[in-house]
Write a protein that binds this ligand. Structure first.
Ligand SMILES: [Zn+2]
Length: 72
C-alpha cells in the first residue's frame, strides 16, 4: 500500500554525506625509499578542531608530509 501523503525530503537535505569521503581517501601508499606499506596515524587537536594525518614508514622511519584536516 502506498501512502497518500508525499514524504518531504527537505529535512534530509541538511545531511552532508560528503563529509565521510575524507576517511577513505588514499588509505594505502608505499614508501618511495623501501616500498614498505606506510602506516597512517592521526593526531587529534580538539582545541583547534584539527586532525593531522601523518604517514610514517615502518621500514625506514621516514615521515611523509602531514596533511591537515579541519573538523566542522
Ligand atoms: Zn621506507
Amino acid at each position: 500500500m502506498s501512502s497518500p501523503y508525499a514524504i518531504e525530503d527537505s529535512e534530509n537535505l541538511e545531511r552532508e554525506p560528503e563529509s565521510l569521503k575524507v576517511v577513505c581517501m588514499e588509505s594505502y601508499e608505499n614508501c618511495s625509499f623501501c616500498s614498505s606499506k606506510l602506516v597512517f596515524t592521526h593526531d587529534l587537536n580538539l582545541g583547534l578542531l584539527q586532525v593531522i594525518e601523518v604517514a610514517r614508514c615502518p621500514g625506514c622511519g621516514v615521515k611523509m608530509n602531514p596533511k591537515k584536516f579541519t573538523l566542522q
